[in-house]
Design a protein around this ligand. Structure first.
Ligand code: P6P
Length: 337
């Protein structure tokens, strides 16, 4: 549904009036994250002109080579959020352990998790990338904050979203009352509401998976994809299209915009690894957004938002998107058990 052109700030204030869904501190947090995303967008858009492309000759906790923009985006989000008094600590894909807000600043009641620049393998080839963020409440009853305070199921999130840096820079957000999209108006320098009450069609003819891993997949995933590839003459009775941008933010944005199913499943390459994507700052925020838009998200067997995290950087298998397709893939996993 296209929306009346209102700013992110006005949207948050109006939502705040509705059963206090967005307390002032959470509104401040979201606005600060949005401003940080605007700065990241400017840096990304400069590309080679800003000297920000290429690798930083360092590795992150995931053992992945960091791009210069990964580090820039991480620093922007830390600096933007540490002084405001809305946060107790932050967790990032780019940092081994949590970042506790220095005690020269007031401590807030929220915890912010983020993947500062997801899809960074696409940075140097000018393909859409994005920032993913998730907000939790700091558990009460004890002073200070530890990594354990972050280990809450995705169902406990109070806000989640991403900002996609593509042909448009668009912030996509949920606070539990549906999904809204805000496009950056570069002339005004502000995010403007361009869509609200986003809905994912329950059926689709489009699947997203990295097909090069086919020989490593578990049987239920192979069964599902084979049926899609069999098309009209196969058991699904319809032809399917395939997309794989290798940038979760871009693949999820397409699904929120026109439906589809996204899969990054467990595979035999590293049996001890549940999947490639991270639970806390990729799967959880994306799963909440997808559910809030009428879709579904599982790890092949269980609802992702119900999973109890055991570690800040733990990985998870992800199947999300159009409800009926996710339920089919999940059913295939449960039958195979
Ligand atoms: P592959 C990007 O590195 C990422 O974490 C997600 O954004 C994306 O969906 C996935 O990995 C792509 O993985 O193995 O296809 O390169």
């Amino acid at each position: 549904m296209t929306a009346k052109k209102i700013s992110l700030t006005r949207y948050l204030v109006e939502e705040q009036r509705v059963d206090d869904r967005i307390p002032a501190q959470l509104r401040l947090l979201i606005e600060v994250v949005a401003r940080a995303c605007k700065s990241i967008s400017h840096a990304v858009n400069k590309g080679a002109l800003g000297g920000v492309l290429g690798s930083a000759e360092s590795e992150n906790v995931q053992g992945e080579v960091q791009k210069k923009l990964d580090i820039i985006a991480n620093e922007v989000l830390i600096e933007a959020n540490e002084w405001g008094g809305h946060l107790a600590a932050m967790g990032s894909e780019e940092m081994d352990s949590i970042y506790v807000v220095p005690n020269r600043y007031p401590q807030g009641e929220y915890l912010l998790l983020f993947d500062p620049l997801d899809g960074s393998s696409n940075i140097d080839v000018n393909v859409s990338i994005g920032t993913i963020f998730s907000v939790l409440r700091k558990p009460e009853g004890h002073p200070g904050v530890t990594e354990e305070d972050f280990l809450q199921a995705g169902a406990k999130q109070v806000a989640a979203g991403y900002c996609i840096y593509g042909p448009q820079t668009t912030l996509v957000l949920t606070v539990g009352d549906g999904v809204a999209m805000f496009t950056l108006d570069r002339e005004q320098g502000s995010f403007v509401l361009t869509q609200e009450n986003v809905r994912i069609p329950e059926d689709t003819k489009e699947f997203a998976i990295n097909m090069s891993n086919m020989r490593h997949w578990d049987a239920p995933v192979k069964r599902y994809v084979d049926e899609c590839l069999a098309g009209k003459e196969g058991p699904r009775g319809k032809d399917f299209n395939m997309r794989w941008i290798a940038s979760m933010v871009a693949d999820v944005h397409r699904i929120l915009t026109r439906g589809g199913i996204f899969m990054y499943p467990w595979d035999k390459r590293e049996p001890g690894k549940p999947g490639k994507l991270r639970l806390m700052y990729e799967a959880n925020p994306m799963s909440w957004l997808v559910e809030q838009a009428g879709g579904a998200a599982t790890n092949g067997r269980e609802r992702i938002l119900d999973l109890q995290p055991k570690a800040l950087h733990e990985r998870v298998s992800v199947v999300l998107g159009s409800k009926n397709e996710v339920e089919r893939v999940t059913q295939y996993h449960l039958e195979a058990r």
